[in-house]
Ligand binder design. Sequence first.
Ligand SMILES: Nc1nc2c(c(=O)[nH]1)N[C@H]1C(S)=C(S)[C@@H](COP(=O)(O)OP(=O)(O)OC[C@H]3O[C@@H](n4cnc5c(=O)[nH]c(N)nc54)[C@H](O)[C@@H]3O)O[C@H]1N2
Ligand SMILES: Nc1nc2c(c(=O)[nH]1)N[C@H]1C(S)=C(S)[C@@H](COP(=O)(O)OP(=O)(O)OC[C@H]3O[C@@H](n4cnc5c(=O)[nH]c(N)nc54)[C@H](O)[C@@H]3O)O[C@H]1N2
Ligand code: SF4
Ligand SMILES: [Mo]
Length: 706
Amino acid sequence: MTVIDYMHGKVPGTDSGIEIHHSMCDICTPGMQCGLDAYVKDGKIIKIEGTEGFPVSSGKLCTKGAGNRQFVYREDRILTPLKRVGERGEGKFEPISWDEALDTISAKFLEVREKYGADKAAFYSGYSKYYRFMLRRFAGAYGTQNYGTESSACFTSGWMAWQVASGREMGMDMGNAELLIGWGANGFHSRYPMVRNEIRNKQNRGMKIMIVDPRITPASQRLADLHLRPHLGTDGALALAIAHVLIENGWVDLPYIEKYVHGFEEYKAYVQQFTPEKGEELTGVPAKDIIAAAEMIHSSKGICIPESSTLGHHRNGMQNYRALMSLLIITGNVDRKGAQLPTVFSFMERPSGFSTHEEEFMDEKYPEDAPKAIGADEFPLWYHIRKDMQANRLADNILKQDEHSVKVLLALGMNYRMFTEDNKYIEALKKLDMFVDVDLFMTDTAKYADIVLPACSSLEREQFISYPGGMVWYFPKAIEPLGESKSDPEILSLLARKMDLDDDLLKAGYEACVRWIIRDLSLDLDEMKTEKPVKLPGFKPYEIGSSLEKGLPTPTGKLELYSEIIASHPEWGLDPLPTYTSPYNPDPEAYPFQLCAGARIPNALHSRLHDVPWERSLLPEPSVEMSPEDAEALGIELGDDVEIITNIGSLTFKAIPTATIMPGDVFIYHGYREKDINSILDGDNLDPYTGFPAYRSAYCNIRRIS
Ligand SMILES: Nc1nc2c(c(=O)[nH]1)N[C@H]1C(S)=C(S)[C@@H](COP(=O)(O)OP(=O)(O)OC[C@H]3O[C@@H](n4cnc5c(=O)[nH]c(N)nc54)[C@H](O)[C@@H]3O)O[C@H]1N2
Ligand SMILES: Nc1nc2c(c(=O)[nH]1)N[C@H]1C(S)=C(S)[C@@H](COP(=O)(O)OP(=O)(O)OC[C@H]3O[C@@H](n4cnc5c(=O)[nH]c(N)nc54)[C@H](O)[C@@H]3O)O[C@H]1N2
Ligand code: SF4
Ligand SMILES: [Mo]
């Protein structure tokens, strides 16, 4: 690796004209965001490397991050604002000036608010997160609760489960844990920087690792001391059966329960039916392994479970999640050394160990008295906790074309293919009076927009970011924005000014907003404009145990196995206990295979990398993985075309028989333009607690074609 002269940014000992500029990878976000060095010549990036000594990533980039240069220079980058001139979806646009674009958008949004009310507008964010605090405030300042994001389907289900139980977000004290339970976790593909900590803790301290995953994965093979393989979406039953063994054997922490836990008796009574044998029947995990898992938990002091989005992707997702969290609660593994620790999101969903005024920034303009956000009535727990729209119901709202239907939509990075039964989104987008999409690329979603605005990538903007342990950074641009593209916050600020929203902070721009939010930190924003993240002077780590002692922000002040929030709203029809129901199959005879759509592959991130040549080359064809047993029974061989049939439709994929998959299961990745698995998943198969789609327990049949 080249030695870098940070002070001058030049590659030392050369007069090549190449400069090294420090920036950050924003391909996967927000938990990771690895530091990268851009080698820049004549204003163009010629090479990308990981930044040595960077927190979290320590000089490494994953398969996706290594593709940053090709990502930034993707051929379909949008370089100017565009106005649609053809039919919606046709992709015919003509360039317009920023002024014209902003004038047109502003006039329409103001007209709709005036004529029909602010709730007839919606504001949406796709996977990117760094601007969301401004978008949320923007929606509030405009006057609508209809702000929604891709978090309608991401980690939020697990966060909500912890909110219900503890009123808090949770992190982990993995550095002191004796046991890590990777429940639906394969960081080798999805969270690479975290895996290094797992390996380090295992090698240095002998931390044990249990993996709970139906598949054999790099995590199960390289890390697991015990690997449990439940059927997809049966995790709740598995957790309840483990709890049964713990309780029967007296392997729970009774003094802790007595002092800090609410609802143990009700929970204990419910868990009684989940004997190991019943657990085996429901999950497929042998009873003896259920007992072994309980023994491993009993013999470990300090247990934590990384957050998971996978487990939320079922109709029973949040309840399953609550069931496995309960294992930590009854064994005294919350707010204890080596266990799950209460945390705060410092900025943009990043738990960095310090508080900011971010929530206040977003809530200050929240329109309490406006009509309730889309999805609030159908998903009351979601609304109670999140206060924003459940984006999985946005299309239905528009398609109804009634007095509640949204007429104008401003989206930052919308990919309609993230939603199940996503053809509904195409139809809905066509019905809007105005659809504005802000993206880096001319995506299929952008093709339905009336106005498309060009966003720039992380390498073309400045940004505030924080890392665990009180680390902060305001990183510089590596290159100038391509064409006339701008950062999302700049676009929002320009629009706020053009619309003359009642909000001086938004109008003042990104840096002013960030300064407001971090005003109490021990460094000023200018002091964060450094080469790499710096530690806040005087930073004090979380005092373990303090949240339990102080009392938690739940109705009882305790960890709630029995949720009083849910119990006090019987009209919601939800269960206060983490009860179990099997995944929903509309017709087991017609659809005998369980389909997990979306388990991560190393070279893709939803829709955004399928058009990056280096990434695509690693798995060029949308594929379906299945067990060799099923493949043989159906006469399918590697590379055959097979039809996947659901109750919504069918699509053809290339077959990959692999011994990593259990008979009865099939795995397919999402987000492909040409083979969009979400287009044949049932859009109404949603978790009533969260509104999350059952991406991981869809059902299908398989037919060999060639
Ligand atoms: N390369 C890559 N990395 C990513 C992403 C990406 O698209 N590509 N996406 C990012 C995002 S947005 C997210 S939310 C995270 C997701 O991060 P993860 O949730 O860690 O990722 P997955 O690979 O979807 O799921 C992890 C494992 O769960 C298993 N699994 C699936 N269903 C079940 C189940 O019902 N029960 C159990 N016990 N296990 C199950 C899968 O076999 C898989 O091996 O990844 C992030 N990182
Ligand atoms: N079947 C199935 N579907 C899933 C999932 C699954 O597991 N299975 N996972 C779900 C989950 S967990 C998630 S998080 C969602 C992902 O949700 P998506 O929002 O679909 O994620 P992406 O396709 O990565 O990004 C959306 C858009 O943002 C654009 N973009 C990238 N960077 C920027 C930027 O800085 N500014 C702007 N304005 N735009 C930008 C990209 O070009 C892209 O068009 O998908 C969900 N959908
Ligand atoms: S894990 Fe990979 S994609 Fe995510 S920030 Fe790091 S390098 Fe980028
Ligand atoms: Mo996600």
